[in-house]
Design a protein around this ligand. Structure first.
Ligand SMILES: *Cc1c(COP(=O)(O)O)cnc(C)c1O
Length: 408
């Protein structure tokens, strides 16, 4: 059995998995408690370098902070990408604490409060408007502060992108403004004092199919070029979204990025440049940049056998890493890649179930997985924990302590 592609990215030192060059047993001592999340900065750096090598140089790269808002991670990415995308006032604060200029911070998401919008206008970030109501409130805020709000319009396309783990465009949506409503809204914006920069589309998350991503990019560009004709001012910003996925399960194949880079190159040179020479073209990615660079490390607190099945009970669970339990956007529960991090060279495997410490059957981290014989004190590592891990988990559930997070 060949290793899961993401596991292969981490080194093994002696019997231990290593994160950022530090063997896991030593890292656990350094952190001082389990469970914890560990992120490898070199893996993030090389992921961005790989993306840059495949995407056209003219395409700017934005990091969607919601995938992993740990301030140290955001700081690290701030030195690598061109822009940051945030979806709350707290994420905006983390982004504004980095050297990325406010003009290169975008703020998306439905339900932005007037308080959040006011902070965003005062900061000078680009606000991706999701509704006519939001546009009206921004006009009022701009008038009151005497600042021209920098805005773009999030468009809900009139087609759907298949193959996304989570669909966020096409059909009825709480996201963006339906494309057929956009021309009228643009006309009304022309009479306001909003600094209208351009458009944003984001069709969905966790897509592993290059052909579908290419088709979505082409359709989105065609749609936005049509809308550009109705704009009050020359389009200076085109955020084409992203949705690049990572492999979580055995049968998942990594996304083949080269056709995506090729398509983007053709779209930029052949379609966008000729019509919109001033447009800054942005791809916005969360999961793809950080997801594979993180692990969730737990310690076994009990080993028990129930009617022939071996259970490894760990000190963590779905309250820290909901996604690995299968309760975050999955239809059929499947196992995330999992290893005994201090027994990487053991070859005799047994079938076990790894369960968390919460008093609910939902807290299942590995269902009938093949692992080396492990016992109390051993370290269970779950991969693909760098994105939508701690940040997307119900940490208050059952009142256990928060895990540590480290960037190595
Ligand atoms: C969540 C989100 C992203 C990031 O999605 P990934 O699948 O993590 O890359 C990007 N843009 C917007 C608007 C989002 O809501």
């Amino acid at each position: 059995m060949s290793a899961h592609p993401s596991i292969a990215e981490f080194a093994v030192a002696g019997d231990c998995l290593a994160v950022g060059g530090v063997a896991l047993d030593r890292l656990a001592e350094r952190v001082g408690s389990t469970p914890f999340f560990a992120y490898d900065r070199q893996l993030i750096t090389s992921r961005v370098a790989y993306l840059r090598s495949v995407l056209p140089a003219a395409v700017k790269l934005s990091y969607a902070v919601k995938a992993n808002p740990m301030p140290a991670v955001v700081q690290h990415l701030a030195g690598l990408v061109d822009a940051l995308d945030v979806a709350s006032a707290l994420e905006m604060k983390v982004a504004l604490d980095t050297p990325v200029p406010p003009s290169q911070v975008s703020f998306a998401g439905p339900g932005k409060t007037t308080a959040e919008l006011t902070q965003a206008v005062a900061a000078g970030v680009t606000i991706e408007m999701e509704s006519p109501n939001e546009a009206r409130r921004l006009v009022e805020i701009g008038d009151r502060l005497g600042i021209r709000p920098r805005v773009a319009l999030r468009v809900n396309p009139d087609f759907q992108v298949k193959g996304s783990g989570m669909r966020m465009g096409g059909g009825p949506q709480q996201f963006g403004v339906d494309v057929e409503e956009v021309p009228a809204l643009l006309r009304s914006l022309a009479e306001t004092d909003l600094d209208f920069l351009g458009f944003h589309v984001f069709a969905g998350s966790q897509n592993l199919h290059a052909d579908i991503l290419c088709e979505a990019l082409s359709k989105n560009v065609a749609l936005l070029l049509r809308l550009a004709d109705a704009c009050p001012s020359p389009v200076r910003y085109l955020n084409l979204g992203g949705g690049f996925g990572i492999p979580y399960f055995d049968q998942d194949r990594p996304l083949d990025l080269s056709p995506v880079g090729h398509t983007l190159g053709e779209l930029v040179e052949g379609a966008i440049r000729p019509q919109l020479p001033d447009a800054r073209v942005v791809i916005e990615l969360g999961r793809y940049l950080v997801g594979e660079a993180g692990v969730y490390v737990t310690r076994i607190v009990d080993r028990k056998v129930s009617r022939g099945r071996v259970y490894l009970v760990v000190d963590g669970g779905l309250h820290h890493q909901l996604a690995a339990s299968g309760n975050f956007g999955q239809v059929i529960r499947r196992n995330y890649p999992i290893v005994i991090g201090n027994r990487m060279r053991d070859t005799a495997l047994e079938s076990v179930s790894v369960v968390g410490c919460l008093c609910t059957p939902l807290d299942l981290l590995g269902d009938n997985v093949m692992l080396p014989h492990a016992d109390v004190g051993d370290l269970v590592v779950i991969f693909q924990a760098g994105a939508y891990g701690l940040t997307a988990s119900p940490t208050a559930f059952l009142g256990h302590p928060m895990p540590a997070e480290v960037l190595l």
